[in-house]
Design a protein around this ligand. Structure first.
Ligand code: NDP
Length: 270
């Protein structure tokens, strides 16, 4: 029987996950069906349970349900626990296992696809929401020289740094003036609003990488500003693909080869 999976969110119509997982399934010869599931804002658990009890094997979880999915899962991976959020659910009979593959997807994209090692680098992570929180442990696991958290509201970056208890520096954007970073990751929602975080000029070290978790056909305002300062730039399309591959691995025990799929995914952007 064909195993069923779904992406659950609100909204979910825009999701590229069904196309990505269909491509993974074709490539690896796995027999799966993958649907979009729109859950009411107050109906995540009921929708997830209905899918599970009807034979569903797993789900990807997107906005705004990642924290609810964490609470729903009975067991968690270490990376889901450190993120406090779940983007991947696996159903094993009555057991609901929660994982978070976003941070691993980010690291694989930067390190393997873009060929930029994170070890011994000065990293700057912008934002203090769910995406930033999920990225911290996987970034630290790469052994960077330093990881600085900066957020529009500095107190939220500070709270995040204290939560991780790993000696992370935290500040507002203005306090970055005079500092230099090798890799700057935008995990704010500014790009969604057509804005760039208000960063001081000169934060990019020579040959620095500016990475925006958001992806779009044209460079985001953050990436456009980084390009103007001579930084190398990349958006989060590769991260999207890599977090999906990590979910597929959790479900099917086989890792798809993402390289041949990135160009087609990029071409499909409106
Ligand atoms: P949240 O809503 O949880 O966090 C929003 C963050 O953005 C806060 O730190 C907020 O700062 C900051 N922010 C919002 N607007 C601005 C602005 N105009 N200038 C500066 N900072 C701003 O969002 P998420 O963490 O869930 O998502 C963040 C981004 O990551 C989104 O663009 C999302 O699309 C992307 N993402 C990409 C993934 C991928 O696979 N490529 C996966 C997951 C997320 P403050 O605290 O001061 O309000």
């Amino acid at each position: 029987m064909t195993d069923r999976y779904a992406v659950i969110g609100h909204p979910v119509e825009h999701s590229r996950s069904p196309a990505i997982h269909a491509a993974f399934a074709r490539q690896t010869g796995q027999d799966i069906e993958y649907l979009k599931l729109l859950a009411p804002l107050d109906g995540f658990v009921a929708a997830a349970e209905a899918f599970r009890t009807s034979g569903g094997r797993g789900m990807n979880v997107t906005l705004p349900f990642k924290e609810e999915a964490f609470a729903y899962a009975g067991g968690h991976s270490e990376r889901a626990r450190s993120a406090g959020a779940v983007n991947t659910l696996r159903f094993d009979g009555d057991r609901v296992f929660g994982d978070n593959t976003d941070g691993a997807g980010l690291v694989r994209d930067i390190r393997d696809n873009l060929g930029v090692p994170l070890r011994d680098k000065a990293l700057l992570l912008l934002g203090a929401g769910g995406a930033a929180r999920g990225a911290i442990r996987p970034l630290l696991d790469q052994g960077p020289a330093s990881l600085t958290l900066a957020n529009r509201r500095p107190e939220r970056a500070l709270a995040l740094a204290l939560h991780f208890d790993a000696g992370l520096a935290a500040c507002g954007f203005a306090e970055l003036a005079g500092r230099r970073f090798d890799i700057v990751i935008n995990a704010t929602a500014a790009s969604l609003e057509g804005e760039a975080p208000a960063l001081p000029a000169g934060i990019y070290a020579p040959a620095a990488l500016a990475y925006d978790m958001m992806y779009a056909k044209a460079p985001t305002p953050f990436l456009a500003a980084a390009l103007a300062q001579g930084a190398r730039t990349a958006d989060g399309l590769g991260m999207l693909l890599e977090q999906a591959a990590e979910s597929f691995l959790l479900w099917r025990g086989v890792r798809p080869d993402t390289r041949p799929l990135l160009a087609a995914l990029r071409a499909s952007l409106a």
